[in-house]
Design a protein around this ligand. Structure first.
Ligand SMILES: Cc1cc2nc3c(=O)[nH]c(=O)nc-3n(C[C@H](O)[C@H](O)[C@H](O)COP(=O)(O)OP(=O)(O)OC[C@H]3O[C@@H](n4cnc5c(N)ncnc54)[C@H](O)[C@@H]3O)c2cc1C
Length: 379
C-alpha cells in the first residue's frame, strides 16, 4: 500500500514524485516503458513564461511562478541526485524578420509589459552586438532578460535520481490499464500484468496518453501534438542566447566550439504517430538558417520528435478530479519543462495539506465537465 501512486514517469510525474517523497510520503512512480522517454526527453528546454498565442495568456502567472521557483528546484534536484541539470540564465532574444516589424515589436512589448514580463526593445544593431551571428533578415528585436533554459535530458535524469534518493519507488515497464475503484473512490491502479497498486491517492501524469486511461478522459481530455526537432554541430560564431522568431527557435547547449544548437519545432496534429518527416525538418532548418545563416554549414547530428500533451483550451489540467482519490497533473502542452516546479509544488501541497499556495481554479480538471453541463442547459 502506497500513500500515492503516480502514473507516468515524465518530467511532471518525476517532479511530483520528488516533491512527495521529500514530504516523507510512500510514493510509487509507474511508467509503461523506460522513464522519461517521451515529450520530456524530446523538449527544447526553453523556460519562457511568454504567451505564444492569445489562448496561453491565462498561463502567464503560473509560468512566472514556476520560473521563479526554478533556481531552488534545480539546487534541490542537483543536491539530491549529485547530477547536473544544465540550467542556464541569460535571456532570450525575440527576433522579428517579417511584416511590419516596428509595429509588431511595439505590440509585443506592450503585451509583455501588460503581463508583467520584462521585455527590452532594441535596434537590430544592438541585438547583433549581443548575437553577432544574427542574420540580415532580422528587422527588429526584443531582449527577454529573465528567460532561462535547461537541458531537458540532463534535468529528467537528475529529477529521477533525486526522486529515488528521496525514497520514491521507480517502476519502469509497468503499464497502467485502468483505475482501481472502491465504490466511487479511486483506491489505486490496475496494470497490464493483472497487478493492483493500492494507494490512498492516484496522480495521473501520463502526458498525452492520460485521456486513454478508462474513466479519466472526461477530466483529462489530452491529445497529442507532434513537435519535430534537430540538433546541429556548429563551428561558427557561438550563440549565447535562446533566439526565437515567428517561424522557429534556436537553443544553444554549452558554449564550446563546436557548439551544439537545438532547433525547433513543428506543431502538428498527427495523432500518436511519432515520425520525423522531411517536410518537418525542412521547415525548422529553414527557420534556423534564416535566424543564423551560418547554421547552413552546420552538421545535422540528430533529429527526433515528441508528442506534447495538448488540451482543448491549451491550458494544463491540475487538481482533484470528479473521482475521489484521483488527482490530475497533465496537459502541459508546450510548457511542461517550465511548469514542472510549480506543478510539483501545487500537487504536493494539495495531497499533503489539501490547500495550495496559488489559485489554480483556472486549471481545474472539472472545467471540462462543468462546461458540458452548462452547454446542455443552454442548448
Ligand atoms: C519538440 C518539443 C519541444 C518542447 N519544448 C519545450 C520547451 O522548450 N519548454 C517547455 O517548457 N516545454 C517544452 N515542451 C513540452 C514538454 O516537453 C511537455 O509539456 C512535458 O514534457 C510533458 O511532460 P509529461 O511528464 O506530462 O509527459 P511525458 O514526458 O510525455 O511523459 C508521460 C509518460 O507517461 C507514460 N505513460 C503513458 N501512458 C501510460 C500508461 N498507461 N501506464 C504507464 N505509463 C504511461 C509514458 O510512457 C511517458 O513516459 C516540448 C515538447 C516537445 C515535443
Amino acid at each position: 500500500m502506497y500513500d500515492v501512486v503516480i502514473v507516468g514517469g515524465g518530467i511532471i510525474g518525476g517532479s511530483i514524485a520528488f516533491d512527495l517523497a521529500e514530504r516523507n510520503l510512500r510514493v510509487a512512480l509507474l511508467d509503461r516503458q523506460g522513464l522519461m522517454r517521451e515529450a520530456s526527453w524530446a523538449a527544447a528546454g526553453m523556460l519562457s513564461p511568454a504567451p505564444d498565442c492569445p489562448g496561453a495568456i491565462p498561463l502567464v502567472p503560473l509560468g512566472r511562478a514556476s520560473l521563479a521557483l526554478y533556481p531552488k528546484f534545480v539546487d534541490a534536484v542537483e543536491d539530491a541526485s549529485g547530477l547536473c541539470a544544465g540550467f542556464r540564465a541569460g535571456g532570450a532574444l525575440e527576433v522579428i524578420c517579417h511584416g511590419d516589424a516596428e509595429r509588431e515589436l511595439s505590440t509585443l512589448v506592450a503585451l509583455y509589459h501588460g503581463l508583467g514580463l520584462a521585455c527590452e526593445p532594441m535596434r537590430v544593431e544592438e541585438a547583433r552586438s549581443m548575437e553577432p551571428a544574427l542574420g540580415r533578415e532580422a528587422r527588429a528585436a526584443a531582449l527577454l532578460p529573465e528567460e532561462c533554459w535547461i537541458e531537458p535530458r540532463a534535468l529528467t535524469s537528475a529529477v529521477l535520481a533525486a526522486a529515488a534518493s528521496a525514497g520514491a519507488v521507480l517502476c519502469p515497464g509497468v503499464e497502467v490499464t485502468s483505475l482501481a475503484l472502491d465504490g466511487k473512490k479511486c483506491s489505486g491502479v490496475k496494470t497490464s500484468r493483472g497487478e493492483i497498486f493500492h494507494a490512498a491517492q492516484v496522480v495521473l501524469a501520463a502526458g498525452c496518453w492520460s485521456s486513454q486511461i478508462p474513466g479519466a478522459a472526461p477530466n483529462a481530455p489530452t491529445l497529442p501534438v507532434r513537435g519535430q526537432m534537430a540538433a546541429l554541430r556548429h563551428s561558427g560564431t557561438p550563440i549565447r542566447h535562446v533566439l526565437r522568431s515567428e517561424r522557429g527557435y534556436l537553443v544553444p547547449r554549452g558554449e564550446e566550439n563546436p557548439q551544439t544548437v537545438v532547433v525547433g519545432s513543428t506543431i502538428e496534429n498527427a495523432g500518436y504517430e511519432k515520425r520525423v518527416t522531411s517536410g518537418g525538418i525542412e521547415k525548422i532548418l529553414s527557420a534556423a538558417n534564416e535566424l543564423v545563416p551560418e547554421l547552413a554549414k552546420a552538421e545535422i547530428i540528430e533529429t527526433w520528435c515528441g508528442l506534447r500533451p495538448g488540451t482543448p483550451d491549451q491550458l494544463p489540467i491540475l487538481g482533484p478530479a470528479e473521482i475521489d482519490g484521483l488527482v490530475i497533473a497533465t496537459g502541459h502542452y508546450r510548457n511542461g519543462i517550465l511548469l514542472a516546479p510549480v506543478t510539483a509544488k501545487l500537487i504536493g501541497e494539495w495531497i499533503a495539506e489539501k490547500i495550495t499556495s496559488l489559485d489554480w481554479e483556472t486549471f481545474s480538471p472539472l472545467r471540462f465537465t462543468k462546461t458540458n453541463e452548462n452547454r446542455s442547459i443552454t442548448t
